[in-house]
Design a protein around this ligand. Structure first.
Ligand code: 2BA
Length: 109
């Protein structure tokens, strides 16, 4: 068994959960925050049998879109007067950041 941890954009989360559930996957949805943008995103936990991993990954790939977002620079440039001024940068977020972990034990009591 595997545990898929998928970090996705909030805009894709609802459709992704519905699609996974409709296809018979169990899903837990967590409200999370990205460290770089400090903006909300969604993390899904999906426990799956080994032969279902590809199916789940295919759904995640199909549903989750890349989007461009503007962000303040993490390390501001020095301004002319010696004041640090953050400058905007464009980042491409998504489709999804996915980790697939081996599950040692799965118990429901
Ligand atoms: P954030 O950390 O808010 O990052 C949002 C987007 O900002 C990233 O999109 C990437 O395009 C950009 N970015 C992140 N760190 C950067 C940096 N040091 N310099 C320049 N640009 C940077 P994604 O790569 O699609 O990541 C989306 C979200 O997935 C991340 O949100 C974070 O919550 C999660 N994530 C990504 N990689 C991760 C990792 N290795 N471990 C844990 N979570 C991760």
């Amino acid at each position: 068994m595997k545990l898929i941890i998928a970090i996705v954009q909030d805009e894709d989360a609802s459709r992704l959960v519905s699609t996974l559930m409709n296809e018979g996957y169990g899903v837990t949805k967590l409200a999370t925050t990205g460290g770089f943008l400090r903006a909300g995103n969604t993390t899904l936990l999906v426990g799956v049998e080994d032969d279902k991993v590809d199916g789940a990954m295919g759904i995640i790939e199909k549903v989750c879109k890349c989007r461009k977002q503007m962000a303040a620079s993490p390390a501001p440039m020095a301004g002319a007067a010696g004041v640090y001024v953050p400058y905007p940068i464009e980042v491409t977020v998504g489709g999804a950041t996915i980790f697939v972990l081996n599950v040692e034990n799965f118990v429901k009591v």
